[in-house]
Design a protein around this ligand. Sequence first.
Ligand SMILES: [Zn+2]
Length: 206
Amino acid sequence: MLCMFIHQIPSFIPALLPRFMWSKPADRQIFLTFDDGPTPEITDFVLECLNEYDAKATFFCIGKNVVENPSIIQRIQAGGHSIGNHTMNHCNAWKMDFAAYVEDFQKCEKVFAHQHIKSIGFRPPYGRITRKIYKEMNNVILWSVLTGDYNASLTPTAILESVLPLLKPGAIVVMHDSIKAFPHLQVILPAILRYCKEQNLVLSSL
Ligand SMILES: [Zn+2]
């Protein structure tokens, strides 16, 4: 059976939902993002890789993980990277009402305020969006390229074959500094960084 994973967001979706950020106009910049951390050891692996390539990136953090790992947050900030809100408990917008969803988002905002984290925006977990999220939430940042690093049915080689050609100026690329994604992440991240440097792309935070 042929398994297909869609790595690139079809262009009609951003056209239908222009209030969200899907990519960012740029001459040479590309925007790597890491969701679901901070995670002990794994986020530090990411930070070391980024540092090696003088790359800046954006981390969409789960509030609960921020509470548990304040020292990792300090290292993200010290590295000059950006941080965004990914809810307190990685909420699924399709499985809860909007009021509860916003309350969980606000909890994450409070954690950020307490730890002096300036949020650059909100990324809905799983990319699951609703009409209310679209109409009522601000600075929502999705992506144009999904690596699928969490998907055990893909191989790192297959991911790189599909994803490297999509790494163009202005792309917002999703990876995960999570335990689930790490087997793939540890292979694809160094390769993606190397490729971006070879292509003269400037690895930037949002
Ligand atoms: Zn997530």
